[in-house]
Design a protein around this ligand. Structure first.
Ligand SMILES: [Zn+2]
Length: 400
């Protein structure tokens, strides 16, 4: 047996313990506390210094339904009354850009949210004084187990949700056209406005209905066991940390950060970046999310549509240098903790497994060890170590 296969097997055993013995790990919950004790002990036993950073007021996703109903009804009404009240979309935008923020602020004041913890484990370089800094991260919390078995439906719902501000602004634009039409025109026949209002009412009605039905049906109190999402990333980093502790890098300090509350909206990583931004200049962040199921590893070349955000080019180039056959893919929907770093101009990229054989079971109670492949965990751990070594040895020109 070679050292490389034991790396994957080690990660697999760690993952099995996390999933089967500890179980679901909601941010701020009992499962998270058990996991943190386990991981902290693991890192300390291997000589890494650890720290916990509190992530207060993790919001609960329940209780958003009334706001959703009001938001959809308001948008629909703004479309229906557009020909007679062209200012309505703008009133709507004004109200709905303020109200949700107000509600969130009031909730945070109420100290109702749970407190999660980010766990940071640090490995100094051989040289003592570090000239480079690598952050390896993965979120340790698990999502609510949706009652809708196919996560693709959830992805579609999130995508439709993201169209919201654009629908509102689009209506605002039509409202302006209508104002000009009434004032200087008419250029557009009244029958066209009537047909437009009908079409918009039907489209927005279907859009809102889908979102509401999805929200109502998907809500559940249970949490996912999170084997692939994201016990896989956590276990791979723990196995990699052990290897790095045995053979530290020459000049690179490595921080392994296991984030809380990613599933509540990247809250753990956002809190970390906010608190430490002044100490993150020159750091490079490699995030792992769902690396245990699928055909092969890929890196995330960028995320989002509104707005699109690219991951750091030189990091992706370095990944391709250590794995010439690795492919990049765009995250059209969803995101992960790397985005919190990119938002504050810190170099970051992310790994995920994809392709055939990846069962779409994340965010459900079927995200168990059944779909985890030890060979992929091994590949991920080796890629992390090779990337770390390449970063440590790279010339300064390659790191920008
Ligand atoms: Zn995840």
């Amino acid at each position: 047996m070679t050292a490389t296969t034991t790396l994957g097997q080690h990660a697999y055993h760690l993952l099995r313990f996390i999933v089967d013995e500890i179980g679901p790990r909601p941010a701020g919950g009992e499962g998270e506390a058990k996991f943190l004790d386990f991981a902290e002990g693991f890192f300390r036993d291997r000589g890494l210094a650890t720290e916990r950073h509190a992530v207060p007021n993790v919001p609960s996703p329940t209780g958003m339904l009334p706001l959703l109903v009001a938001g959809i009804a308001g948008l629909w009404a703004a479309a229906w009354y557009l020909p007679v009240a062209p200012w309505a979309p703008w009133a709507y935008v004004a109200v709905f850009s303020i109200v949700p923020r107000l509600i969130r602020r009031v909730r945070r004041l109420g100290r109702k949210g749970a407190t999660g913890y980010n766990l940071v484990a640090t490995l100094p370089p051989v040289a003592g004084e570090a000239t480079r800094r690598l952050i390896l991260c993965a979120h340790h919390d698990t999502a609510r187990a949706s009652r809708i078995p196919n996560p693709k439906v959830g992805e579609a719902a999130r995508m439709l949700m993201r169209l919201w501000p654009f629908a509102a602004l689009g209506l605002g634009g039509l409202g302006l056209v209508r104002v000009l039409d009434a004032w200087l025109g008419p250029f557009v026949p009244w029958s066209v406005w009537q047909a437009l209002r009908m079409a918009l009412a039907v489209a927005l009605g279907l859009w809102g209905l889908f979102l509401l039905v999805y929200q109502a049906l998907a809500q559940s109190r249970k949490f996912s066991p999170g084997a692939n999402d994201n016990g896989s990333g956590v276990a791979v980093l723990m196995a990699a940390a052990e290897a790095l502790a045995r053979e530290p890098l020459a000049q690179t300090r490595v921080d392994i950060i296991l984030f809380s509350a990613e599933e509540s909206g990247l809250i753990g990583s956002e809190a970390y970046v906010k608190e430490h931004r002044d100490r993150l200049d020159g750091a490079a962040v490699l995030n792992l999310d769902m690396v245990g199921s699928g055909e092969r590893l890929t890196y995330v070349s960028g995320a989002g549509l509104f707005p699109p955000r690219r991951t750091t080019r030189w990091m992706n180039a370095l990944l391709r240098r250590v794995r010439p056959d690795i492919r990049g893919r765009w995250y059209w929907m969803g995101s992960s903790d790397f985005a919190s770093f990119l938002a504050k101009k810190v170099a970051a990229t992310s790994l995920e497994a994809s392709g055939k054989g990846r069962e779409n079971v994340y965010h459900t109670d079927r995200d168990t060890m059944d779909f985890i492949e030890p060979a992929l965990l091994d590949e991920a751990a080796r890629l992390v170590l090779d990337f770390a070594a390449a970063l440590d040895a790279a010339s300064a020109e390659e790191l920008r």
